[in-house]
Design a protein around this ligand. Structure first.
Ligand code: ATP
Length: 236
């Protein structure tokens, strides 16, 4: 059984249909990339999975439970964390306060300290800057903070929306490196990216979205060599 199974998902904004009946699955331990052009429906798909937008029809089953109608704040407690597009850190709060915001579902202080230590090991820069307001961090550091905040809930599935957006190439490499490490620690990753080349280079499998439909899917390595993908998404 897949960890996450999306079936026949349809999502509307008013009368406009953004997602037109897509189906895909994420298996435990995988990195899955969802790629596609601007407006293809990638963010809408993630927001529906994380309970921020309601599906019109179709189903989302997570670890065997139908979560299609479960609100986002409850999904966090069930092990799904979201790293939103544009980071959305709380600028006037410190790095540490931001991290603690990600832990609102957890009660055990010792366990939480362990998670915080793990996050500081993964992101030494966050520890160095723990008392600094998040708004003073660079874009790449804010991305690290958004990821660290999501990890504070100790998720089994982490969904990330455009982690490389607006970052310089050095940060992009670092962020993708960290995503692989997070996955290596045992967290399953669903990744939305415009940087298809990078996403495909770390993913196991990928789905290509075009105007609300999945038009291609397969092993990430195969898609990297697929002529249609090369032409539409890998030109530099
Ligand atoms: P991007 O990479 O630009 O974020 P995307 O693939 O994530 O694109 P979505 O943001 O999911 O695409 O948008 C899918 C479609 O839904 C687009 O046509 C978009 O204009 C539309 N859409 C998104 N949000 C809304 C909204 N709040 N109200 C109306 N239409 C919306």
């Amino acid at each position: 059984m897949a960890m996450l199974e999306v079936k026949g998902l349809e999502v509307y904004y008013g009368v406009i249909q953004a997602i037109k009946g897509i189906s895909f699955e994420v298996n435990q331990g995988e990195i899955i990339a969802l790629i596609g052009a601007n407006g293809a429906g990638k963010t809408t798909t993630l927001h529906t999975i994380t309970g921020l937008i309601a599906a019109k029809s179709g189903s989302i089953v997570y670890e065997g439970t139908d979560v299609t109608r479960i609100p986002g704040y409850k999904l966090v407690g069930m092990g799904i964390a979201h790293v939103p597009e544009g980071r959305r850190v709380f600028s006037s709060l410190t790095v540490l306060q931001n991290l603690k915001m990600g832990a609102y579902t957890r009660k055990d202080k010792n366990e939480l300290d362990e998670t915080l230590k793990m996050i500081y090991r993964r992101f030494p820069r966050l520890e160095e800057r723990k008392n600094q307001p998040a708004g003073t961090l660079s874009g790449g550091e804010q991305q690290m903070l958004a990821m660290g905040r999501a990890l504070m809930s100790h998720p089994r599935l982490i969904v990330m929306d455009e982690p490389s957006m607006g970052l310089s190439p050095i940060y992009v490499n670092e962020i993708f490196d960290i995503i692989q490490k997070i996955n290596g620690d045992g967290t399953t990753v669903l990744l939305v990216e415009q940087n298809a080349k990078k996403a495909l280079s770390i993913a196991n499998r990928a789905y290509v979205l075009e105007t609300g439909n999945i038009v291609l899917s397969g092993d990430a390595g195969d898609l990297l060599n697929n002529d249609q993908v090369k032409k539409a998404y890998l030109s530099e």
